[in-house]
Design a protein around this ligand. Structure first.
Ligand code: FE2
Length: 371
């Protein structure tokens, strides 16, 4: 290519640098890296939080959801979901910089139409029943109260309420992350509902300790349901365990197909803060959105005190110090949380300060020697 490069219209003078950079910026869509001193300074001292520590109180959320039922009588292709937008995040919709949490209401008899998207999502039922369910890639997955159901990236999903009471759940999606990456794709199914192919035990039967050899190996993006009846048993079983000095009795939902986090971009946990728990402060590079299942407490985030109660939503931005308290002497508090830690771990950027002092694995008792 023989493009003629025009000569700079200036001489080398004391103002040469200014004139040069001005020309770069205005004519050539370039900048000198030295121009962005602010960027370099902003990187000193580590990553900075994006967004503000925030609580969305349930009383407001519920009243607005009820109003939404009036102004949006039928959801159909849309979703009657209120999304929690962090007041400190601009330019994209996020509860934290990588996560979007919302609360959705599905009326009795209603169907939220089928679609799929590259965005990974999950539902955590607030008011559920056997008659409230999602169909994910043809499989019916019940949403009983406190059940967790995954709709991994690019899986078809529609939601149904065949009961006579409202259905309520938490949605969490990696929307802000995929927007930042320029990877958002969406496709409507073409009909309101998918054809039902399986009825709830197909995945769990294959995610156990054995599976049929004559079937194709499962792919990564399998829909999975975590029944509260099983999770709460573990929470009860570990009620008197040592726990963690930062998070008390905190259990991670494991993806049975991978042994890793529930979704490639989202770690889900259920956390029991026993009465009187005073957590130690810990800074993490990841961000977290919490939903309060039960109880009341306080989380101090970078010195800001967030008081929360049942069904509140809380945002803890990335790079913040968090410290949990349950000051009740009688009542426990239980939190469901979703963090973007798996994403940061995948690129080597997840860290905790101070690091969690992991307990040693229990020792296997020696086999008695028989004479
Ligand atoms: Fe969706």
């Amino acid at each position: 290519m023989n493009a003629t490069i025009p000569k700079p219209p200036f001489e080398t003078t004391a103002n040469a640098l200014e004139a040069f950079t001005s020309e770069l910026n205005t004519r050539y869509h370039m900048m000198g890296q030295w121009q962005d001193e602010g960027l370099l300074k902003s990187m000193m001292g580590g990553a900075k939080p994006v967004g503000e520590p925030t609580v969305w109180p349930w009383a407001i959320t519920e009243s607005k959801l009820l109003e939404a039922c009036d102004v949006l009588p039928e959801s159909m292709g849309a979703r009657r979901s209120l999304l929690m937008l962090n007041p400190g995040i601009t330019g994209k919709n996020g509860t934290t910089n990588n996560l979007l949490m919302g609360v959705q209401l599905v009326k009795p008899g209603e169907v939220a139409w089928a679609h799929r998207h590259s965005i990974s999502a999950l539902r955590f039922a607030i008011e559920g029943s056997r008659d409230l369910y999602s169909v994910v890639d043809g499989e019916r997955l019940a949403l009983e109260t406190n059940d967790l159901v995954l709709t991994p990236s690019w899986t078809w999903h529609d939601h149904h309420n065949e009961g006579d009471r409202r259905g309520l759940w938490i949605d969490v999606l990696d929307v802000p992350l995929l927007v930042s990456l320029g990877q958002v794709r969406f496709e409507p199914y073409g009909h309101a509902e998918q054809t039902l192919q399986r009825n709830g035990d197909y995945i769990s039967a294959r995610a156990g300790i054995v599976r049929p050899t004559w079937e194709q190996r499962p792919v990564r993006n399998y829909p999975i349901r975590y029944a509260w009846s099983a999770v709460s048993k573990e929470l009860e079983r570990l009620h008197d365990a040592a726990g963690c000095p930062f998070d008390d009795v905190n259990l991670e939902y494991v993806n049975p197909m991978t042994g890793g986090p529930a979704l490639p971009t989202m770690r889900c946990c259920v956390q029991l803060l026993r009465p009187g728990f005073e957590g130690r402060a810990q800074r993490r590079t990841s961000s977290t959105a919490y939903f309060v299942i039960e109880g009341e407490g306080t989380t101090v985030v970078d010195g800001k005190e967030l008081r929360w109660g049942p069904r509140d939503v809380i945002a803890v931005p990335n790079a913040c110090t968090r410290q949990h308290f349950n000051r009740s002497t009688r009542d426990r508090a239980v939190l469901f949380s979703v963090s973007d830690a798996p994403l940061l771990e995948a690129i080597g950027l997840y860290c905790e300060d101070p690091a969690l002092p992991l307990a040693a694995l229990p020792t296997v008792p020696a086999r008695p020697v028989r004479a």
